[in-house]
Design a binder for this molecule. Structure first.
Ligand code: SAH
Length: 465
């Protein structure tokens, strides 16, 4: 995969300063998915071209995953995709950020630039390619290819060789490529998380809010995840606000609304990880692991020797697997992880032998009559030394402004408990199955209603001789 950037701004070799890469050198950079090479096929005062050659290693892409042939044999090594964006962000980060100590003025100056992409998948065709780049002032030249010359009836492929010409700052050009290449490629085979919203807004700053195709851009960039797309579009709409003060105010509000649940989630994770460490739990099973929030935190910490995720939802496990793949752990580290599908209301041998079980925001998803089965599965059959259970504290719900009175926090919650109800349940369970239990809370504590999350920490009683 090859991207070249050419300028005729004179002296053209100044491009080397803007890119922070010397025109006389050929440099290589290792990336998690392959190698990036930067070199200059031509560099004189009239015209200078820098080339970014991306050598995507299909074997690295699938390392640590169960592999299908399709994952080995695909177009990823040959086409411009989100890997190119990652390479731009890593190898040309200073240029992308618009910083250049040696040429502080040039970095701000629009200069004539031509970017050429050897192969760009354009899902949505040439028309969509133009819809993306022309409003930003680019002159777009593209050459399409038929799928197979032997079978002309198969028609055109989605692949194009594309030339984009504009007078812009180098940092703007790189930002446009960073965002719009994955949008055109529209590959859905990887997970996007909240951090992608932040990247989209950061690299779209100054141009995305006014772009006529901003909705399609946000939707495709965020892999059609409606929740994330809504957040991004809401924040972009704020960027349109004429009054800077009111924009600032609503921006912080929006941020608070978005960050609040995130920070509660983070606090909960931190509390669970800290408790697991305090109890020296090295082998941990996450029961109802969902999309792998806790698994991710545990895998990143070498304290934990075995990390297992169990969920009844296959889809959640798939998402968890994709997110964990993106940690790019060394090969030997993957042995620490195991994911399997299972229901917490049926006895399961695979749940035995762990130092600790985490049951984070799960019990409220079980039908009340099934709680007794869950209790036996965890405390009687699996019997880990430690069990950490968290669940919402319903008393705190009046503190959530956007939660109508009497409503539970999530539509799949079958119940939510007061602190008294949770503690009574916990004490009864501990008593019945030979555990001790203590209770703590997570989140800001209110004197009247307590905090948002309640946590029960169960320890198995040692049998005394
Ligand atoms: N622990 C995760 C997910 C909480 S959401 C986190 O804190 O982010 C609740 C999860 O419990 C969902 O992923 C759901 O699929 C799972 N779940 C619900 N009932 C279950 C059952 N009977 N057995 C196993 N998992 C269950």
């Amino acid at each position: 995969m090859l991207l070249t950037i050419t300028t005729t701004h004179q002296p053209a070799t100044e491009l080397g300063y803007l890119l922070h890469k010397h025109p006389d050198k050929c440099q290589s950079f290792p990336l998690s998915f392959g190698q990036a090479h930067i070199f200059y096929p031509e560099a004189d005062t009239e015209k200078c071209t820098a080339a970014l050659l991306l050598d995507v290693d299909p074997v690295k892409l699938v390392r640590g995953r169960s592999i299908s042939l399709q994952q080995y044999v695909n177009d990823r090594p040959y086409v411009a995709s989100s890997f190119l964006s990652v390479a731009i962000a890593q190898v040309l980060s200073t240029a992308l950020g618009g910083r250049c100590k040696e040429r502080p003025e040039l970095v701000q100056t629009p200069i004539p630039l031509i970017a050429k992409l050897s192969v760009l998948p354009c899902r949505g065709g040439e028309a969509f390619l133009k819809q993306l780049f022309e409003p930003l002032g680019y002159c777009v030249n593209s050459q399409g290819y038929i799928l197979d010359e032997k079978f002309p009836e198969w028609g055109q492929s989605q692949y194009h060789t594309v030339e984009l010409e504009n007078t812009v700052t180098l940092s703007d050009l790189l930002s446009h490529l960073y965002v719009l290449i994955p949008v055109l490629d529209d590959d859905k085979h990887y997970w996007v998380g909240d951090e992608e919203v932040e990247k989209l807004l950061r690299h779209g700053e100054g141009w995305l809010a006014d772009h006529p195709a901003r909705e399609q851009i946000a939707r495709r960039y965020l892999k059609r995840r409606p929740q994330l797309t809504r957040i991004a579009l809401a924040q972009l709409a704020e960027a349109d606000e004429p009054d800077p003060d009111s924009a600032q105010e609503s921006h912080s509000k929006e941020e608070a609304a978005v960050e609040k649940p995130l920070s509660l989630n983070k606090q909960r994770l931190n509390a669970v990880v800290a408790t697991l460490k305090e109890t020296n739990a090295k082998r941990v099973v996450d029961l109802g692991c969902g999309e792998g929030n806790l698994l991710k935190a545990l895998l990143k910490d070498s304290f934990f020797e075995q990390v297992t995720g169990v969920d009844v939802s296959y889809r959640s496990l798939e998402v968890a697997q994709q997110r964990l793949d993106r940690l790019h752990l060394p090969r030997n580290q993957w042995q620490r992880l195991q994911l399997f599908q299972g229901a917490l209301t049926y006895q399961d041998k695979r749940l035995k032998g762990y130092d600790a079980a985490a049951v984070i925001e799960v019990i409220e998803h079980l039908d009340l009559p099934r709680i007794a089965a869950f209790e036996r599965v965890v405390f009687e059959f699996a019997q880990p030394m430690t069990v950490i259970v968290t669940t919402p504290n319903i008393e705190y719900n009046i503190k959530f402004e956007n939660l109508p009175a009497g409503k539970l926090r999530h539509k799949d919650h079958r119940f939510e408990w007061t602190r008294k109800e949770f503690q009574t349940w916990g004490e009864t369970v501990a008593q019945r199955f030979g555990y001790t239990v203590t209770f703590t809370s997570v989140g800001q504590e209110d004197p009247e209603v307590g905090s948002a999350t309640q946590m029960g920490i169960f320890h198995r009683r040692q049998i005394e001789n």
